[in-house]
Design a protein around this ligand. Sequence first.
Ligand SMILES: *[C@@H]1O[C@H](CO)[C@@H](O)[C@H](O)[C@H]1NC(C)=O
Ligand SMILES: *[C@@H]1O[C@H](CO)[C@@H](O)[C@H](O)[C@H]1NC(C)=O
Ligand SMILES: *[C@@H]1O[C@H](CO)[C@@H](O)[C@H](O)[C@H]1NC(C)=O
Ligand SMILES: *[C@@H]1O[C@H](CO)[C@@H](O)[C@H](O)[C@H]1NC(C)=O
Ligand SMILES: *[C@@H]1O[C@H](CO)[C@@H](O)[C@H](O)[C@H]1NC(C)=O
Ligand SMILES: *[C@@H]1O[C@H](CO)[C@@H](O)[C@H](O)[C@H]1NC(C)=O
Length: 404
Amino acid sequence: MLSLPWNGLFARVAVLLPFSPPAARFDYNSYSSNTLDALKALQHWYDGPTGLWNSTSWWNGANCLTVLADWATLNESGPSTLRVADILSNTFSKAQLTTAVTQKTVDPDGFITSGYTCLGSQSPGSQVSTRGFPGFINDFYDDEGWWALAWIRSWDVTQNPAYLATAQDIFDDMHNGTDSVCGGGIWWSKKRDYKNAIPNELYLSVAASLANRVADSQRADYLALARRSWAWFQQSGMINDDHLVNDGLVVGPNGSCVNNGRPTWSYNQGVLLGGLVELARATGNDSYLDQATDIATAAIAMLSDRDGVFREATGCEPNCGGDGSQFKGIFVRNLRYLHKAAPRDEFRDAILRNAESIWAKNRDEEDRLGIQWVGPASAGLGPNASTHSSALDVLVAAMAVVEY
Ligand SMILES: *[C@@H]1O[C@H](CO)[C@@H](O)[C@H](O)[C@H]1NC(C)=O
Ligand SMILES: *[C@@H]1O[C@H](CO)[C@@H](O)[C@H](O)[C@H]1NC(C)=O
Ligand SMILES: *[C@@H]1O[C@H](CO)[C@@H](O)[C@H](O)[C@H]1NC(C)=O
Ligand SMILES: *[C@@H]1O[C@H](CO)[C@@H](O)[C@H](O)[C@H]1NC(C)=O
Ligand SMILES: *[C@@H]1O[C@H](CO)[C@@H](O)[C@H](O)[C@H]1NC(C)=O
Ligand SMILES: *[C@@H]1O[C@H](CO)[C@@H](O)[C@H](O)[C@H]1NC(C)=O
């Protein structure tokens, strides 16, 4: 497929600056064309009968859908080329009929493992009891949050009211996962045994995003919950002195909760940015963007290798498991949302620099993208729908920021 010389241009200017090429040299058409090739490659994993992407898990599927929807918001003629609206609609009807079980574990080092076994697709007429996750509800509040955000983005593209209504129903279920342990916040799962960053960041982002999209009569409730969520998160202890978010909290013997010191995974620095952007938009208060900028700046420094290419700071690559393989793209997707609301050259350069590296060094002959953004694509187990959609988030972000 078409290959453009992003890397050659990069090499010539790299000596002049600590990290970044003058990104304006790479034009919109190059990014747009590369991204389209990569989107087509993603769809080779798409399984029509289940509405999910083979080679990756349930929650990752929500992120595959989000990257497609994000792309479709950037190019009006795109949806008809790739039939994005049909993909959204197929996943909406089929994925929740897929019979599946999910299990997750976190080891003491904070390494997360999701097991997802797809037991096959059901016909739409089958009994509810044979369904997997009707309404995109399961036992994990973070999985629910990913799907809620995916349907919100899908609504942005299509204005299909069923997508927004589903996101609202998912949020209701998430809201039931909050209580007063640690002074507030939502649990990770319905077992209620871990209070951690990711479901809370998703809860904030879904609440604030809904506040910006629902009818005026419903807006105040979502906004109040979003504000409360951020007020709690800020003082929860999960944001450390370096402005980075650790994985979660540990409940002490006296009932008080402290930062558990587990890894500062890239996605935990990311979802918060998107949530704060939506909260700033809902309130008209830009101080949320300042707070997001502090986190984004610290995260860019943490995630950058000496050439400014992002890698998971735990050093897990290329073996980050089926969850960790998704994380970095989620950070960059949300960095792009922040750049749009509070632009900084540093953010834009980081996005473009990573897109350059991915396309030049981390792509196989079928335009499939691997886990290590410095390449090669074959690292670890090679590309799958998770590593690919994660890197694709960066290409879409590059398209979005290249001209401003
Ligand atoms: C996805 O996996 C299922 C089960 O192994 C298989 O039947 C189906 O053909 C695969 N679809 C694609 C698009 O690879
Ligand atoms: C939109 O995407 C199509 C391919 O679907 C491409 O041909 C076209 O150049 C893109 N338009 C813009 C403005 O990016
Ligand atoms: C809400 O959470 C409580 C406590 O875990 C549970 O007993 C109840 O069934 C949940 N309600 C719904 C509607 O899920
Ligand atoms: C609860 O215990 C933690 C140590 O586990 C301590 O830092 C904190 O001050 C204690 N809080 C109260 C209210 O006693
Ligand atoms: C904006 O939000 C900050 C908290 O982040 C708050 O301290 C400040 O009072 C708010 N400003 C207005 C005008 O509401
Ligand atoms: C996808 O590939 C990455 C990188 O090789 C790997 O860590 C992950 O386990 C793979 N996912 C699945 C579900 O096999």
